[in-house]
Design a protein around this ligand. Sequence first.
Ligand SMILES: [Zn+2]
Length: 336
Amino acid sequence: MSMVSHLHQLFDPETCQSYIHTLRWKDRPLQCPRCQSLNVGPWGAYHAQPGLKRYRCKAQGCQRTFNDLTGTLLDGSQRSVMHWMLATFLLCLACSSRRIARELGVHIRTSYRWCWWLRNAALSYEMQRQLEGTVEADDLYHTAGQKGQAKEGGKKALGRRARGRRKKREPGRGHYDKDRPAIIAWVSRQGAVVLQATRDFTVATVQKAADLAVRAGSQLYTDSASSYRALKGYAHDFVNHTQKEYARGDVHENRAECLFSLLKPYLRVFRGVSKCNLPGYVGFFQFLRNFRQQNAFKQAELILRAALDPAIARRARKGEFGTCFDHFDLLQTARN
Ligand SMILES: [Zn+2]
């Protein structure tokens, strides 16, 4: 396959490896990834991967060797760490997995898998986020169907006529089963945001979403949707869009609406997202938003740092950080 971007070939492999080495052990003790023993020592190097350091565990009954990448997301990859660093950087610039495949010269399935893992690793920063103070909320319905291939290969059964991406949508609120799941945005006036993809927009769902995203007792500003008005545990005020009221003094939800105006073009890049992957994409956008003060390289560094943590890597490979709608319920049980 032809390399369109030769950028990564200009990287010095040894510098990259020592960068990864620093990132992995910077604020973690150098310990055996198998028995967690701290009694380890250097154990040579690799000819094929200059700069990759190898260690040996000196604990009784272990005695095994490991290196900087053992147990991380990058472990066992046939591609170099330069590929991974560049892929993470491009991911933070909101590139699609096809674009990343083209720029790196890797197969589309490779880049898709990497993106999926790296997005999950990024979500580890967002799991515990809860807003407080004055929080605005708004909802959006995003058309998302069954994009992608079936498990056994070939096309997925749609179970309906092809929609066509530009088809006029049905009026009213969307629902997961109608291929229009809801996205709820919670925006703190202090700057942090929480975005949740939910199956529907019922009172019970919104209460659950609010309990996770916003600390009880906070001030909520929303529109006049009945699901918000039924919320319990918050000081709540709303504007009435049907009466053309968009702001009443401090009461408005302009920040939440503005966030959606940024989310929509972000999701456009992917040319349709499968509805079961929507929470993952929306969650990664939340990560980008919450770390927006930092440039893409710093954001990529944060993601790589998480990817180099074996505990996070194990969960990211399985997609345990919210790449499915059921996760929404799991998160709640885990927190309670
Ligand atoms: Zn050991």
